[in-house]
Design a protein around this ligand. Structure first.
Ligand code: NAD
Length: 418
């Protein structure tokens, strides 16, 4: 379910909410509400049948005050200029709340990849990489995977860039396969930060995670890993859903077995340990201790928020609550760990990948996970400190206050040109 919400307007309203608590001038806030630049480009490829087809693509470089622009590339028919701008802004504040030396960017191609062959997608990706080449680089802008892109596309982009530049520069892009310079722990990182943040929130709220009930919406990379790790922490996963529907067992089920069922059949629906079939909205409104939305943006609007019955929400997805839903949940005292912190494990391990690429020295998974743990716990502590100091109602506002202040400080410390 979703309101018709323009994501760029959502981002700007989140910044406005935080601005009241910031020691930052209105003129600087105005600058931090807009991307520095947006590339809009047309890509033309030759289809397998010989016809030409044109696609629109974008790359938004939102802010580079703290380091190279960083953010994924999405392939989806609904990609738009405003969506890419919003996502690049969220990346800016995500890298700032976890305090890694990167800025924010995002890109996308308006395409449904299911309609194209692998050879056509390779042409399209290399064509975009050629357009991006003057803008990207390990010290300029470092793209990554997003919806419908993965290691395959990242490897193509790296190869196109390195071939044209006649160089070896694996740090130009992250999310690569291990053999192409990827990092251990990257695939699990988003689910891992989602549950580390949830564990910290339970501790802060004096709630017991052992035996706590959990519902997970979306059983892809972020959702299923979060389910597996929270189960290992002692919580009980009672419900999960994907785009085909949901499953439920009041006594809990094995998240790994549910994933195996999804691998075999394409969906969690029909899983043998499920005692009831639920709709997606049922899963979002269950009476649980923890809800993990891990599908797409705007999953919970104000109407659905009225029915949400979770104590804590840890946002694995980007923007799963509309601003109106956020207000409703604030009124119901639901503690929402915002996406820019909860799912920041992905970009944090991307940062580790970039560091390893630059050093040509690769870490064991244990080190990746330990460093990630420290960064997410520190970010959560910074959020709570600000949440209490300003007596805020909404942890999201606290996260933006911390993040925007860090970006504004870097901007102001850089001084100005005469
Ligand atoms: P994915 O494609 O692997 O999985 C998405 C899942 O959501 C699938 O199981 C799909 O069936 C399900 N889904 C789609 N529509 C649904 C609906 N209406 N109801 C219930 N389930 C639905 O994607 P992912 O990588 O897991 O990403 C999920 C979210 O997490 C996205 O918002 C993404 O931007 C965010 N995120 C992912 C990463 C990452 O590293 N993977 C990092 C940061 C944020």
């Amino acid at each position: 379910m979703s309101d018709e919400v323009n994501p760029f307007e959502s981002l700007q309203s989140q910044i406005d909410d935080a601005a009241a608590y910031l020691d930052v001038g209105d003129d600087v806030i105005e600058r931090l509400k807009h991307p520095e630049r947006v590339l809009e480009t047309n890509l033309t490829i030759e289809r397998d049948d010989g016809d030409l087809e044109r696609f629109t693509a974008f790359r938004s470089q939102f802010n580079g005050d703290r380091g190279p622009y960083k953010g994924g590339i999405r392939y989806h028919p609904q990609v738009s200029r405003d969506e890419v701008k919003a996502l690049s802004g969220w990346m800016t504040y995500k890298t700032a709340i976890v305090d890694i030396p990167l800025g924010g960017g995002k890109g996308g191609i308006v395409v449904d990849p299911d309609d194209y062959s692998e050879a056509e997608l390779e042409q399209l990706t290399r064509s975009f990489a050629k357009e991006l080449r003057p803008l990207i680089g390990e010290d300029r802008d470092v793209p990554a995977p997003d919806v419908n892109t993965g290691q395959r596309e990242m490897n193509w982009i790296k190869d196109t860039y390195e071939t044209i530049e006649n160089t070896t520069e694996p740090g130009v892009i992250t999310g690569k396969a291990l053999d192409s310079g990827g990092s251990e722990g990257r695939v699990e990182a988003t689910g891992r930060s989602t549950v580390i943040a949830a564990r910290e929130a339970f501790d802060y709220l004096d709630k017991d995670l052992e035996g706590a009930t959990v519902a997970v919406q979306g059983y892809g990379n972020a959702g299923w890993i979060a389910a597996k790790l929270i189960d290992e922490m002692g919580a009980t996963v009672v419900a999960a859903s994907d785009s085909s529907g949901g499953i439920y067992n009041a006594d809990g089920f094995d998240p790994v077995a549910a994933k195996e069922h999804k691998n075999e059949t394409g969906s969690v629906v029909g899983f043998e340990d499920s005692e009831a079939a639920l709709t997606n909205d049922d899963v979002l409104t269950l009476d649980v201790d923890l809800l993990i939305p891990a599908a797409l943006e705007n999953a919970i609007d104000a109407d659905l928020a009225e029915a949400v019955d979770a104590d804590v929400i840890s946002e694995a997805a980007n923007g799963p609550l509309t601003p109106a839903a956020d207000e409703v949940l604030e009124g119901k005292d639901v503690f929402v760990i915002p996406d820019i912190l909860a799912n920041a494990g992905g970009v944090t391990v991307s940062y580790f990948e970039w560091v390893q690429n630059r050093q040509r020295f690769y870490w064991a998974e244990e080190r990746v996970n330990e460093e990630l743990e420290t960064i997410i716990v520190d970010a959560f502590d910074a959020l709570v400190e600000t949440y209490e100091r300003h007596d805020l109602e909404n942890p999201r506002t606290a996260a933006y206050v911390v993040a925007i202040q860090r970006v504004a400080d870097a901007f102001e410390e850089a001084g100005s040109w005469p």
